[in-house]
Design a protein around this ligand. Structure first.
Ligand SMILES: O=C(O)CCC(=O)C(=O)O
Length: 221
């Protein structure tokens, strides 16, 4: 079922989807001596077409999350391809992303999950991804499609954002080192009128070579 969203293709991001294997313009933000974020603008050209494809084809659901002692609906829609990126029905451009990122970053990116922020009221709260609980230094890549939204980072246990990105339209963000365990990230709500945004999140289910399991169990997304 097509997701109900207010979305206008951008004037700048038409054309067929294509990844930039040279990672033109990539820069590394060193958060501290153990954690980093790579930001590569316009890594995916033609991102509007991918947005449109996913809006129509992904199996969108609104999950419940626990807030203190009760369950609430998550303020965004999500869709996943649960098995590995090589062998599922994930759209080929998403598998291409996972393969290209695996080559560059030396881990087997094999889990793909898509989030849809329908407007400014949709968000994700401060968190570190759960894969921090099972492996040391998990890398998490995110490709943003559609409208730009704030993406903030802060050290875990503090209350103020210290880094701010505004990814959209095919930009790539990769979090690495101890970013999931020692930092938190959020896409906050906004009162501004904003169009819909998607994030394609790409994770690895096995530790990188030389890294370890913290516990013997597969990572949840
Ligand atoms: O939408 C984003 O850019 C971040 C998504 C995220 O942090 C998550 O789904 O865990």
């Amino acid at each position: 079922m097509r997701a109900e969203i207010d979305w206008q293709p951008s004037l700048f991001d038409g054309g067929p989807p294509m990844l930039d294997p040279s990672y033109t313009g990539i820069r590394r933000i060193v958060l501290d001596e153990r954690s980093w974020v790579d930001y590569c603008p316009s890594w995916l050209a033609g991102s509007d077409e991918v947005f449109d494809l996913l809006a129509g084809e992904a199996r969108w659901q609104q999950r419940t999350v626990r807030m203190y002692d009760h369950a609430v609906l998550e303020p965004r829609l999500t869709a996943g391809w649960s098995a590995d990126a090589e062998s599922t029905d994930a759209p080929p451009i998403l598998s291409d992303m996972a393969r290209e990122l695996s080559t560059r970053y030396g881990v087997g990116f094999d889990r793909i999950w898509v989030n849809l922020y329908r407007g400014g009221a949709d968000s994700v709260a401060w968190h570190g991804d759960r894969n921090r609980l099972v492996m040391t230094r998990p890398m998490v890549a995110t490709v943003s499609l559609g409208a730009r939204r704030k993406f903030l980072l802060r050290p875990r246990g503090t209350s103020r954002a210290v880094y701010r990105l505004e990814p959209g339209h095919g930009d790539l963000v990769v979090m690495g080192g101890h970013c999931q365990a020692e930092w938190e990230h959020t896409v906050p709500k906004t009162a501004k009128r904003v169009g819909a945004r998607m994030s394609v999140t790409i994770r690895h289910s096995q530790p990188a070579p030389g890294e370890q399991w913290l516990r013997e169990q597969p990572a949840a997304s």
